[in-house]
Design a protein around this ligand. Structure first.
Ligand code: SAM
Ligand code: SF4
Ligand code: SF4
Length: 342
C-alpha cells in the first residue's frame, strides 16, 4: 500500500467521517437547539454506490479508518447495505459508527453481521427527565436498550460519548463512568465545543478537562494517564480501580497538530476541518462523469494544501461566543455540526 498523502503540516490523510444523513431524531441543545432547520435537498444526497466509490478513492490516498455519522446515521434507510460495501474495501482497517442509539436495538445485529467493527453511542445523562429537557426526547430507555444490544451483538468495543455541560450533567461524571463499567463500555467525556449549530454556546458552560479530572480525583483518588498513539482525539486515563476513560479536550487543549481527520457530508461536500468555513464539492465531479484518477488528483491536491487548525485558532479569539449565528447557518446548512458529522 502506498504512503498516505500528507498536508502542509505533514499530517496524513488517514481518517474519514462520512455523514450519511443530515436528519436527526433528537434535538440536543448543544447541536440542534433551534425549532426549524434547512435540510440538504434530497436529490443531492449521495447514493450508497456513490459513497462506496468515494471511500475507495480516499482509501487509495491513505484513508484507513471510516466512521459513519450524521445527523443520526441509523435514520438512513438500510445502513447495513452501506456497511457491507465499505467493509469490502481492502484498505479500510477500521469501520465505526457514532449514533444516538435510539434505533440501535433494532439494527445492531444486522450492522455487526454486515461488518461494522465499532460503535460509539452518545449518552449525556442517566436521567430520562434530563434527556427530555435537553434533547427533547422521552426515549432514554431506547438508548440504554441500544447500548445493550450493541454489546449483545458482539461489537468488540462499545464507547459512550458524553458532552459535559456545566449546570446540566457535570454532576453525573462518576455515575456515567460506573454505568459504563457495568455495561462494559468506555466513556469519552467531550468538552462542549463552539461548533456550527451550537448557537447557545458560551465559555462558562464548558467544563474543561482539568475540571473533569479534578472532580473525578476528589471522588476516586489519583488518576493516571494511559499512554496512547497521540493521534486519537481522546486522551485516556485510569482510575485507581482500573476503570479507563477518555477526555476529548477540543476546547481547552486542541489536538490539531496531529489531526488526520476530514469529513464528507451526505451531499458529498468535503470538509478539511470541523471549523472550516468552506468545503470542497466532490458531488459535482462524481456525478459529472470524471474518472477515479481525476477525483483522486483533486483530493490529493486539496489535502496537500491543507493548513486547517480550527480549534487551535479559536483559542486566540477574544470574547469567544457561538461560531455562527442562526441566519448564517440557515444560509448554508453545511456549517451545521449535524450536517458535517461530529
Ligand atoms: N447523531 C449521532 C450522535 O449524536 O451520536 C452522530 C452525530 S453527532 C453530531 C456526533 C457527536 O458529536 C456526538 O457524540 C455529539 O455528542 C457530538 N457533538 C455534537 N455537538 C457537539 C458540541 N457542541 N460539542 C461537543 N460535541 C458535540
Ligand atoms: Fe444530538 Fe447527534 Fe442529533 Fe446532534 S446529530 S442533535 S448530537 S443526536
Ligand atoms: Fe482537526 Fe480541525 Fe478539529 Fe483541529 S479543529 S482537530 S484541525 S478537525
Amino acid at each position: 500500500m502506498s504512503d498516505p498523502v500528507r498536508d502542509a503540516f505533514d499530517r496524513p490523510l488517514a481518517s474519514l467521517r462520512l455523514s450519511v444523513t443530515d436528519r436527526c431524531n433528537l434535538r440536543c441543545r448543544y447541536c440542534m437547539p433551534e425549532d426549524e432547520y434547512v435540510w440538504l435537498p434530497r436529490a443531492s444526497i449521495l447514493t450508497f454506490e456513490e459513497l462506496d466509490r468515494l471511500v475507495r478513492v480516499f482509501s487509495r490516498l491513505g484513508v484507513r479508518k471510516v466512521r459513519l455519522t450524521g445527523g443520526e446515521p441509523l435514520l438512513r434507510h438500510d445502513l447495513p447495505a452501506l456497511v457491507r460495501l465499505v467493509a469490502r474495501i481492502p484498505q479500510i482497517e477500521d469501520l465505526a459508527m457514532t449514533t444516538n442509539g435510539l434505533l440501535l436495538a433494532q439494527q445492531a445485529a444486522a450492522l455487526r453481521a454486515a461488518g461494522l467493527q465499532r460503535v460509539t453511542v452518545s449518552l449525556d445523562t442517566l436521567r430520562p427527565e434530563r434527556m427530555l429537557a435537553f434533547a427533547k426526547s422521552a426515549r432514554h430507555g431506547d438508548v440504554l436498550a441500544g447500548i445493550r444490544a450493541a454489546r449483545d451483538a458482539g461489537f468488540e468495543q462499545v464507547k459512550l460519548n458524553s458532552v459535559v455541560i456545566r449546570g446540566f450533567n457535570d454532576d453525573e461524571l462518576g455515575e456515567l463512568l460506573e454505568f459504563g463499567r457495568t455495561e462494559g463500555a468506555e466513556l469519552r467525556f467531550i468538552e462542549y465545543m463552539d461548533v456550527g449549530g451550537a448557537t447557545h454556546w458560551s465559555l462558562d458552560q464548558v467544563v474543561s478537562q482539568r475540571d473533569m479530572l479534578a472532580t473525578l480525583t476528589r471522588r476516586y483518588g489519583p488518576i493516571a494517564p494511559v499512554a496512547g498513539d497521540g493521534r486519537a482525539p481522546a486522551e485516556r486515563f485510569r482510575l485507581p480501580d482500573g476503570t479507563t476513560f477518555g477526555i476529548i479536550a477540543s476546547v481547552t487543549a486542541p489536538f490539531c497538530r496531529t489531526c488526520d481527520r476530514s469529513r464528507v457530508t451526505a451531499d458529498g461536500t468535503w470538509f478539511l476541518c470541523l471549523y472550516a468555513g468552506q468545503g470542497v464539492d466532490l458531488r459535482a465531479p462524481l456525478r459529472g462523469g470524471v474518472g477515479d484518477e481525476e477525483l483522486a488528483a483533486l483530493i490529493r491536491a486539496t489535502w496537500q494544501g491543507r493548513t486547517d487548525r480550527g480549534a487551535e485558532e479559536r483559542l486566540g479569539v477574544v470574547d469567544r461566543g457561538a461560531l455562527y449565528r442562526i441566519e448564517s447557518l440557515r444560509a448554508d446548512p453545511h456549517r451545521e455540526m449535524h450536517t458535517r458529522g461530529g
